[in-house]
Write a protein that binds this ligand. Structure first.
Ligand code: DLL
Length: 435
């Protein structure tokens, strides 16, 4: 247990951070060159040797690593340590294609949990808190990561895992949970269920640490109001360690990347060119302190903007916006780029709950998009003509946001299946027709 707010690291000068990064990067490059033949081959193909990497300024010279590389090298091809030095495997939550597995030495688990502990402290956590973790436990990194971080801070940790909403609420009331860790969609569902049961006055939560999926500011405000908490975003991915790669501070204007462990870059996803701070592009991470599974210039597919503007919390580590979409699950409908988050913003602005599903299809060689939206319980008693007027209103608002027509269907409350982990927002039936 300890104080994982580390101002000497988290508030270090930019020069100091760059010095740490350069020193660690040089070592890491030599390490993968010596120990990972897959990497050495990739570097040789690009005509780069460890001698070419003298500081972070040389990072751009290294080849990118993508999910395809991870699949090709599956399962052991990117290991930089003997398997006997590894103590844990975790895996991505992806449901399609070959899963990605990541390996950890004890040192890697420690640094990952330290990062999660920093996130909990940034959300106001102390050893006096009761930290209720209902991210899934198991191969998914959400549960184990926040659980480890919570232990390090010294919170009383409730390893609830996902599911069984009744029991979640019961324990929350009985044991006085003060920090809630789960996906934002599950937090919204829990909030809804707490109000339905009329037990909101028995809830002692003060903060929530929500991530693993996209969520909007509107959704944040809804959860904060219903639960009477401050809701903090947390970001991460299995390949780079798990939750805690970056996290929000009290300013709630983006997530500080733990730059002593991970170097963040934003690139043009088409050309691979590195973009300056403030420009939107694909987020790329290099892990400079990991032992077992150190990825260099890993393309996350998450679209973000980096900012080094001064933060009122005093932390100097670069901030990333929440992912504004993904370069690969961005939908292209009738040639137009559509991000589910744009649709969510429209729905939330019009007062709908964040329970919706986007169905994309192809009819007569033309793309169609339909948004199923749950009515609020109050709307349920509306007449048919009132419902169609509301649907029309949403169609217009979506047209203004997306620039294309999207059919809207209001469905009965609770008819869209709730997720206990990451929400399934998009059903793209066009994939079924591809050979
Ligand atoms: O989702 C790790 C995690 C667990 C993060 C718990 C936060 C909290 P993966 O299953 O490997 O790992 O999925 C990683 O999820 O590339 C993003 O596209 C998305 N993602 C993660 N955090 C956020 C977030 C975990 N705060 C992928 N906002 C990433 C939006 C997020 N998307």
């Amino acid at each position: 247990m300890g104080n994982y707010y580390q101002p000497e690291i988290e508030c270090a000068s930019r020069e100091q951070i760059r010095a740490w990064q350069s020193e660690r990067l040089v070592k890491q490059v030599q390490n993968v060159w010596d120990n990972v033949p897959y990497y050495r081959k990739k570097m040789e193909e690009k005509g780069v040797t460890p001698a070419d990497i003298q500081s972070v300024d040389d990072l751009y010279k290294l080849p990118f690593i993508t999910k395809d590389d991870l699949r090709e090298a599956y399962p052991y091809g990117l290991l930089a340590r003997p398997l006997s030095d590894c103590v844990r495997i975790q895996s991505t939550s992806g449901t399609t294609g070959r899963r990605v597995v990541a390996f950890y030495t004890q040192h890697d688990l420690d640094l990952w949990e330290d990062c999660c502990a920093r996130a909990i402290m940034a959300a106001g956590g102390t050893k006096d808190d009761v930290c209720h973790v209902c991210y899934g436990y198991g191969l998914f990194t959400g549960g184990p990561g926040l659980n480890g971080g919570s232990h390090k801070v010294g919170c009383l940790t409730l390893p609830m895992s996902s599911g069984n909403t009744e029991r979640q609420i019961q324990f929350m009331c009985d044991l006085g949970s003060t920090i809630l860790c789960c996906t934002p969609s599950y937090a919204a569902y829990l909030a809804e269920s707490i109000w339905e049961r009329g037990v909101q006055d028995q809830i002692k939560l003060k903060a929530g640490i929500f991530g693993a999926e996209a969520w909007t500011e509107e959704m944040r405000r809804g959860i904060e109001e219903k639960l009477g908490i401050k809701a903090y975003d947390i970001y991460g991915l299995t390949e780079i360690s798990g939750p805690g790669v970056s996290f929000e501070c009290e300013e709630q204007t983006g997530m500080h990347v733990n730059e002593d462990h991970f170097i963040a870059e934003v690139i043009n996803p088409v050309t691979g060119e590195v973009l300056p701070d403030g420009e939107k592009g694909e987020l790329v991470f290099t892990s400079i302190t990991k032992e077992a599974f150190p990825l260099l210039r890993y393309r996350t597919r998450d679209i973000c903007i980096l900012s080094r503007k001064k933060c009122s919390c005093g932390r100097t580590h670069v901030k990333m916006t929440k992912p504004l979409g993904r370069s690969d699950d961005m939908l292209i409908v009738k040639g137009v780029n559509v991000f589910p988050s744009q649709i969510e913003t429209v729905l939330m602005n019009k007062g709908y709950p964040a329970n919706y599903q986007i169905v994309v299809d192809r009819v007569n060689n033309s793309d169609t998009i339909e948004v199923l939206v749950e009515m609020t319980p109050e709307m349920f008693s509306d007449s048919l003509s009132e419902v169609s007027a509301k649907e029309k209103e949403l169609v217009d608002a979506l047209k203004a946001m997306l620039g294309i027509y999207a059919k809207v269907k209001l469905v009965t409350p609770k008819s869209i299946t709730r997720s206990e982990g990451k929400a399934v927002r998009v059903i793209d039936k066009r994939n079924l027709y591809q050979g």
